[in-house]
Design a protein around this ligand. Structure first.
Ligand code: SME
Length: 138
């Protein structure tokens, strides 16, 4: 659909911008709730290495946990997180921020960093604002 194409272009630009501007953001992408499947995420626009995780069930990994709780999930050291899906051996920290539409979880912004303990409260606040701003796209 044209609206989806337009939205994906915008999401792609946001990923590119975040990856360009913030040094410690090494992979930036969106997972969207799959309208065809219940409680499943599907990979949307992203910047960075290709990932095997193109579909993730709610509850699975950091992404799935953020989807289930509808809350931001920050992991400063992925080696300490039991429920984690490894995309690349280089990833050391991860933040996942939900996108909500009328309070309901519709998508999430997922960011991987190659640097442990690199994700700040400032990053979190900024990313939550970004996710609030793009909610009307959904
Ligand atoms: N690490 C994520 C999987 C997605 S990749 O980072 C792109 C997780 O544990 O859910």
């Amino acid at each position: 659909k044209d609206v989806d194409k337009d939205r994906d272009q915008k999401l792609q630009l946001i990923c590119q911008h975040l990856a360009d501007k913030i040094d410690v953001f090494d992979w930036v992408g969106f997972y969207l709730v799959d309208p065809e499947a219940e409680d499943e995420l599907v990979l949307g626009p992203y910047v960075g290495e290709e990932t095997d995780h193109t579909r993730i069930s709610f509850g699975e990994g950091v992404c799935g946990q953020a989807a289930e709780t509808n809350e931001t999930f920050v992991v400063q050291d992925v080696s300490e997180e039991d429920n984690y899906l490894a995309c690349s051996i280089h990833v050391k920290a991860e933040i996942v921020v939900p996108v909500k539409k009328d309070g309901e979880f519709v998508a999430e912004l997922d960011i991987d960093s190659h640097t442990k303990d690199s994700l700040t409260e400032g990053h979190q606040k900024m990313l939550e604002e970004v996710c609030d701003m793009i909610s009307p796209l959904f």
